[in-house]
Design a protein around this ligand. Sequence first.
Ligand code: ATP
Ligand code: MG
Length: 440
Amino acid sequence: MNIKQPIIFQRAEHTVSRNKINPNALKVLYRLHNAGYSAYLVGGCVRDILLNRQPKDFDIATNALPEEVRKLFRNCRLIGKRFRLAHIVFGKDIIEVATFRTHHKDGQETHGHTTHQGMIIRDNMYGSIEDDAWRRDFTVNALYYNIADYTIVDYTGGMEDLNNHLIRMIGNPEQRFHEDPVRLLRAIRFAGKLGLAISPETEGPIVTLSHLLTHVSSARLFQEVLKFFQEGATLETFKLLQKYSLLEQLFPQTTQLLSEPITVKLLEVALGGTDQRIQEGRTVSPAFLFAIFLWHPVVKEILAMKGEDLPQHVIYEKAIKTVLKKQTESLAIPRTLVQSIHEICFLQYRFICRYGSAPFRLLDHPRFRAAYDLLILRHAAGEPVQDIHDWWIKFYNGTHEQREALVKETSSSNPKRKKRKFRRRRSPQNKPPVAKDSPE
Ligand code: ATP
Ligand code: MG
């Protein structure tokens, strides 16, 4: 498809009305328009309104140069070095205004820098609205809402694709995936979250080109995974990533375990629950989701160290560290997040130790709730943790007195513990308690 003249959809022919547009974005559009520039809403916001969804952010494209935009707005910041973008700041709300740009001539954009929207900005040149449309990724992302007459301008056939529920790459899919392999993930993300199918010619090369993701920086891949985690279709997206051989580029250790039904079950139960939370407007912590993906690789490492004469807590620590180190080779997970994932996994060990004041202290741990939720999911997935699971449910939901009684009962009913105390005095290398249903 190569439409030269755009199709113009009059106001009566589409559903983008001004009351669905962020008032700050409207202000920016009107100020540009009143100053004599052309001004369009473009990208995800137009697509989402047409699909009757709430847009995440509102992006504007214009023929005004960045400096010209700055002159119009006191609350404007210019960002980016080679390709400058204007951020119009309204408190927490930021409206991004980009000058129309044209496609880089040799099509080699893989090493470019990206904006917060993820567009590549190195070596771009300013262009016309038509150039700007053809350099976007999918046809449904290249629809322009014109504030001058409330029409939608469609150069690439996006409106028809949207009506047919299709994600279609603009131009030659293979070439465009080579230019920027993140588009492989974007195709999956939009298909998953919007419930659209990927058109056959766009879908065709995905599996064969999945290896291209190895050329993408781990920082950019991490950002894409975060988006997957926050968009309310994590289960569907997970299945699509698996189907198109893309999951192994993001979570290699987890992918290796997908032949194990228990790992698939854990992910399905956890991701299904996550999507429900997001639909209810609740938040999900990325640390928790990473812990879900990494828990079974951690268990595998723990099992691999079974013969080693090391205390259990050391084995857990080592296993978690090993898995996180490997994982951060694929995704640049920030250090604070790594720490939280580590804690959620390590708390699975601390759940085993239910003596004295330990369980009470655990309740105050900042990662307790996430770790407790992981324990519940492990049980739901079929891990042999019935005893610990039931105990912690009783403890968590009990009154202070009930909790004290539970701890007392556990301490006195464990003859091993008394013996171990005795042994520990004689041999300091003895291991701390291990529940019979821990992963080892
Ligand atoms: P979301 O709802 O996730 O924000 P979006 O379509 O708005 O979806 P953004 O990442 O915010 O996605 O990008 C805004 C627009 O910039 C896209 O709609 C698309 O037109 C263009 N774009 C973003 N990334 C790329 C890319 N890698 N290649 C080509 N065009 C891109
Ligand atoms: Mg967007």
